[in-house]
Design a protein. Structure first.
Lengths: 200, 472
């Protein structure tokens, strides 16, 4: 039992150490992250994203200049993430991919990818599968990931994506916003809207 | 001081042993080669590396400085504990797989101890994982913890089964607290413990559906699944295939049941190809006697004689209903055995000489081991009354043949004689070089605890003290 207590204490201590180590920007990547942390910080507590999103979110072309400086250094040290994005879409695509690719040449099934939108949490891009005049499937090719974004992105994906998601039910881009993921929901809708415009 | 007066009451056959105490082996058993702690250390190191590797995906996948809010920090801690818990669960099951390699490298006693310690750690880790994730997610969604439980159960795939798995784990952990365990019948406790395989099954889904490091296809997910498959394979091998092969090969049957004292019996077993059975004195098997009323119970008993190629023997004290039923075993009864296991053997000695301390029926593994220890061993045999002394003829013969000093210490624990003898000074007087010997202990818990304390004070290093405990 003494060893169990030791093990538990050790685990608790090392978990805390890991979290603290990752949490503080003052680790090995200080030089890169310090400028990053400053522009992002006001957005961090901005869980009410009503004020912050206006600049980078709704005006992606103009606003892209400043936020891209802040987001790029944070994504570049982890190339695994960027390669993981396309593979993440494969999870949801995997069951449907063979179906659509075999159908594509024969029928009117098309795959249309919307424009990508960068918000302060990450990059959002949506692809839809259109058969005739109907959207039969929606797939988020990219959603913000890492940290708490994983949860929000998961919620967004669960609600909108797939053959039975809200996109397919509604057949348009006026989706209900996912609570807690307002920003990502908005970017999703924008990307979806652009995909629909291209498709019809 | 040799005790010559032995009771023969309640014996079904006239002699204390069919062989007049002599070894039945055509050639005396050889002293087994020493097995060092190398295998155990290697395995320990491997498991530790695995623990680090299981947290590595989180470390690599989380950018530094990304944990800015409390919720994110708490969730991250929840993920780390989740990964650790997932890994520990697999180690925990592996420890109990009875894989022959594990039995050989660490031994049943040690794995049981690891299992207990890892089990307690695992339970705490799982509870920490659950509470951290709940608090973290609840904070993210701005809702109460109870509402978050509802969300997780309602909206998330496989979370219901994960909660059930946690419930089972708490139940198993709770029932394993020593005081509670003692109050439960062994069979109930065992059944409860068997249900822990459900934990493996029920906890599986949610890791891959929601594990931030595991839901994406990739090396991490594949590796995690491979770990699961490996553990299940080990389980199948150790619990099903190896025992099946053993029993098909040796086909053990009851040959005779002999009374050793009023409350102790010896069961002799024969079988096929016993000459090739690799077994060390002091090891135990889990025995299942295939008669009506007994077949569904499996109990660990040590063999009480070294391998001799002709028969096996277990000597059992009648303490419960199961052991009482064993008295009525008919010759010819088939026996299902799993083993041999245990590191309470001459092969695990660290020194050339040994001191053996037996209490009551704890003499059985020690009696078997005596045949294989290098000459010059010393045996202290504690028994409450002369009638409780078992196998004394065989011990007397071994004392002569293997140059072993045997002391019978008769009396209650509080009698002045035993008390003086079982003190550090008493032990040193009896065995002056006790600190340079391996000490093998087997007997009731009280005696074992008292002796370990005395031995430690007499200067015996902890690693030289070998305990025969097979609780699981």
């Amino acid at each position: 039992m003494r060893r169990a207590l030791l093990a538990i204490t050790g685990l608790a201590a090392s978990t805390t150490a890991l979290v603290v180590f990752k949490g503080s920007p003052g680790t090995s990547q200080v030089a890169q992250n310090l400028p990053t942390a400053q522009p992002v910080n006001p957005a961090g507590p901005g869980t009410d994203p009503s004020a912050a999103p206006d600049a980078p979110g709704t005006d992606p072309a103009g606003g892209a200049a400043t936020p891209s400086v802040s987001t790029k250094p944070s994504t570049s040290p982890k190339p695994g993430k960027t390669t993981a994005r396309p593979s993440a879409t494969k999870t949801t695509k995997a069951p449907s991919a063979p179906r659509t690719t075999t159908k594509a040449p024969q029928s009117t099934t098309r795959r249309v990818t919307g424009n990508g939108f960068e918000n302060e949490y990450g990059y959002v891009q949506v692809q839809i599968v259109v058969s005739g005049n109907r959207i039969v499937e929606a797939v988020a090719l990219s959603l913000p990931s890492g940290g708490e974004s994983d949860i929000h992105s998961g919620d967004v994906r669960n609600r909108y994506d797939g053959g039975g998601g809200e996109v397919v039910q509604k057949q348009n881009a006026s989706l209900n916003t996912v609570s807690g993921a307002t920003e990502t929901s908005n970017s999703y809708k924008q990307s979806l809207r652009s995909a629909i415009e291209q498709a019809f | 001081m040799t005790h010559s007066h032995t009771h023969a009451a309640g014996r079904r056959t006239g002699t204390s042993s069919r062989h007049g105490g002599r070894s039945a082996a055509p050639v005396p058993p050889q002293i087994p080669a020493r097995r060092g702690p190398g295998g155990r250390r290697l395995l320990g190191a491997l498991l530790l590396v695995g623990l680090l590797a299981s947290v590595l995906p989180w470390w690599l996948g989380t950018p530094a400085g990304s944990l800015r809010t409390t919720a994110a920090t708490v969730t991250a801690a929840g993920r780390i504990t989740g990964l650790v818990a997932g890994y520990l669960l697999l180690v925990q099951v592996l420890m109990m797989s009875r894989l022959p390699v594990l039995e050989r490298w660490i031994g049943g006693e040690q794995t049981a101890r690891w299992h207990r310690d890892i089990g307690a750690t695992l339970l705490v880790t799982v509870l920490a994982h659950m509470s951290l994730i709940l608090v973290g997610y609840a904070d993210l969604r701005n809702q109460s913890i109870l509402a978050e439980v509802g969300t997780l159960l309602g909206d998330y795939e496989d979370m219901l089964s994960a909660f059930v798995a946690t419930g089972i784990m708490m139940l198993v952990g709770f029932s394993s607290i020593r005081a509670i365990r003692r109050a439960l019948p062994y069979e109930l406790w065992h059944l409860l413990h068997l249900s822990s395989y459900l934990i493996l099954l029920l906890g599986y889904g949610h890791q891959f559906a929601h594990g931030a490091q595991l839901y994406r296809p990739g090396p991490v997910r594949t590796g995690w699944i491979a770990l699961y498959l490996l553990v299940v394979a080990a389980l199948l091998w150790g619990r099903v295939i190896a025992p099946l092969a053993f029993n098909l090969r040796y086909k053990l049957r009851v040959a005779d049941v002999v009374a050793e004292s009023t409350d102790t019996i010896s069961i002799y077993l024969t079988g096929e190809r016993l000459g090739r059975l690799a077994m060390l004195g002091g090891q135990h098997f889990r025995w299942r006697f295939l008669t009506r009323g007994c077949w569904w119970q499996s109990h660990p008993f040590s063999v009480s004689a070294a391998a001799n190629g002709r028969w096996l023997r277990v000597t059992v004290k009648v303490v419960g209903t199961h052991t009482a039923d064993l008295r009525d075993l008919e010759p010819g009864t088939r026996v299902w055995a799993e083993g041999p296991s245990g590191t309470f053997t001459a092969a695990h000695r660290l020194r050339e000489r040994a001191l053996l301390i037996a209490g009551g029926s704890g003499i059985t593994p020690i009696r078997a081991m005596l045949e294989e220890l290098p000459p010059g061993a010393a045996l202290i045999y504690r028994a409450r009354t002369p009638a409780d002394v078992l196998l004394s003829r065989e011990l007397d013969w071994l004392a002569q043949e293997r140059d072993t000093s045997v002391w019978y210490v008769i009396g209650s624990r509080d009698d002045p004689g035993p008390r003086q003898l079982m003190s550090p000074d008493g032990l040193r007087q009896l065995v002056p070089d006790v600190a340079r010997r391996d000490v093998y202990l087997c007997g009731p818990p009280g005696l074992v605890e008292q002796s370990v304390r005395a031995l430690r004070r007499a200067g015996v290093p902890r690693r030289q003290i070998h305990l025969a405990t097979f609780e699981l």
